[in-house]
Design a protein around this ligand. Structure first.
Ligand SMILES: [Zn+2]
Ligand SMILES: [Zn+2]
Length: 372
C-alpha cells in the first residue's frame, strides 16, 4: 500500500520574474523575464541579496567590461549585478553537489572548463571568455546577473554560506575572494612579511583584512579618506597613512625602518601608483595590480628591472579564492560586515545605485535585498 504522501515544494518557482535590465548608457529599467532553467552542472538560485560593485556602475555608463553577443550590453534585455547570494531552488540534471534549500554565495566566473587556463584554475582568464556555447559564463558580464529574482549558476561558482552568516555579509565573499586571489598570484604570503595596500576601497579594505588574517606583518594601508583609513585599522591595518599629510613611500620606509615591504597590493588605480608601489617594496618585491587607471601611464620600467621587482595583474577571483575567503570569514578572522553600509529593497535599485555612485552618506558597500 502506498501512503498518500503530499510532497510540498518549499520553494515554488514562478514562470516569470522581476528583473532590472540595461537600457541606454546610464539607464536601468524594471522588466519581467522568464525564469531561466538550470542545465547540466547548474542550479537555479533564488537571489536573496546583491552587493553593488564599482564595476556595475562602470558597466552602466560605459558598457565594458560587460560584453553581450560580442558587443556592448545596452538595450539587450541584459541584467547586471555579480556579487550576489541566495538559496538553491532547483537542480539541473544529475546535480547532487547541492540540495534545494542550500544557502549559497556565488562567484562571478564559470570558465569553460576545457581551455588551458581553466585547467590551471585560472578560470577568470578563460581563453573562451564570452563563448556561451563552450560553457563560459560570467554573471552580470556576459550572462544575466543578480539584479533579478533568480539566476542560473554553474555549481563550480557556488560557496556554501554558514547558518550564522547574514545574507548581506555573504555577498561580500566575492570582494574578499578578489583580495585573496591578489595575494595568491603574488606567490602566496608568508607570515611575517610586510604588505602595503594602496587605496581603501572595498577590495583594498578587505585586502588589509585578508593579509592580516594570513599573518602579514606589518600591514600598512594608504589613502586619503580618514574614515576609510579608520575602517582599515578595524580590519587589521597596523598602520594607516593619510597621503594628504605624509608621502606614502616615505611613510612605508619610516614604518619598516628603511627596508620597505615585500608585497604591495595596488587598489587605487591612480596613474602614479605603480611607481609608488615600486618604491615601497624591497628589492625582489612583488606588486599586484588590482585596479587600473583609465589612461595609459608612464612608468619607470628601468627601476623595476634594476630591482628585480615583479608586477602581477589579476582579474577577479580565480583559483577558488572565494572558498578560502569564506573560510576566513566563517572563522571570524575579520569582520567583513564593517564595509557594508546601506541596504535597500531590490525595487529601489536606482536609489541604491545612486548611493553607491555618489557615496551618499559615506556609502561603501550598498546591498539590495530581494527577501524581506
Ligand atoms: Zn565586483
Ligand atoms: Zn576556459
Amino acid at each position: 500500500m502506498t501512503a498518500a504522501v503530499q510532497l510540498t515544494n518549499e520553494y515554488p518557482v514562478p514562470e516569470r520574474m522581476k528583473a532590472w535590465v540595461l537600457g541606454h548608457p546610464g539607464e536601468i529599467l524594471p522588466v519581467e523575464k522568464p525564469v531561466p532553467q538550470p542545465g547540466p552542472a547548474e542550479v537555479l538560485v533564488r537571489i536573496d541579496a546583491v552587493a553593488i560593485c564599482a564595476t556595475d556602475l562602470e558597466i552602466m555608463q560605459h558598457g565594458l567590461p560587460a560584453m553581450v553577443d560580442g558587443g556592448l550590453p545596452f538595450n539587450k534585455n541584459f541584467t547586471i549585478g555579480h556579487e550576489y547570494m541566495g538559496t538553491v531552488v532547483k537542480l539541473g540534471p544529475a546535480v547532487d553537489e547541492y540540495a534545494v534549500g542550500d544557502r549559497v554565495t556565488v562567484e562571478v566566473h564559470a570558465g569553460c572548463g576545457r581551455c588551458a587556463r581553466c585547467r590551471q584554475g585560472m578560470y577568470t582568464s578563460c581563453l573562451n571568455y564570452g563563448d556561451l556555447a563552450k560553457g563560459h559564463r560570467a554573471n552580470g558580464f556576459t550572462t544575466d546577473g543578480g539584479f533579478a529574482q533568480y539566476a542560473v549558476n554553474n555549481i563550480n561558482t557556488l560557496v556554501n554560506v554558514p547558518d550564522d552568516m547574514s545574507d548581506e555579509e555573504a555577498t561580500l565573499v566575492v570582494t574578499a575572494g578578489t583580495s585573496m586571489y591578489g595575494l595568491d598570484v603574488l606567490g602566496g604570503l608568508i607570515a611575517g612579511e610586510g604588505v602595503a595596500v594602496i587605496g581603501p576601497g572595498p577590495i583594498g579594505l578587505l585586502g588589509v583584512a585578508v593579509a592580516k588574517s594570513l599573518g602579514a606583518d606589518p600591514v600598512i594601508l594608504t589613502g586619503t579618506r580618514e574614515r576609510r583609513l579608520e575602517l582599515g585599522k578595524k580590519l587589521g591595518a597596523d598602520y594607516v597613512v593619510n597621503v594628504r599629510l605624509e608621502n606614502a613611500v616615505a611613510a612605508v620606509k619610516r614604518i619598516t625602518a628603511g627596508k620597505g615591504v615585500q608585497f604591495v597590493v595596488e587598489c587605487s588605480g591612480a596613474p602614479d601608483a605603480l611607481d609608488e608601489a615600486a618604491q615601497m617594496v624591497d628589492r625582489g618585491g612583488r606588486i599586484c595590480l588590482a585596479a587600473f587607471p583609465h589612461e595609459k601611464v608612464l612608468v619607470d620600467l628601468a627601476y623595476l628591472v634594476r630591482n628585480n621587482i615583479y608586477v602581477y595583474g589579476i582579474r577577479g577571483e580565480g583559483q577558488s579564492a572565494t572558498h578560502r575567503a569564506m573560510a576566513l570569514m566563517k572563522q571570524r578572522r575579520f569582520d567583513a560586515r564593517l564595509i557594508h553600509t546601506h541596504t535597500f529593497p531590490l525595487d529601489e535599485l536606482p536609489t541604491a545605485l545612486r548611493y553607491a555612485r555618489e557615496r551618499v552618506d559615506d556609502a561603501i558597500k550598498v546591498v539590495v535585498r530581494n527577501q524581506a
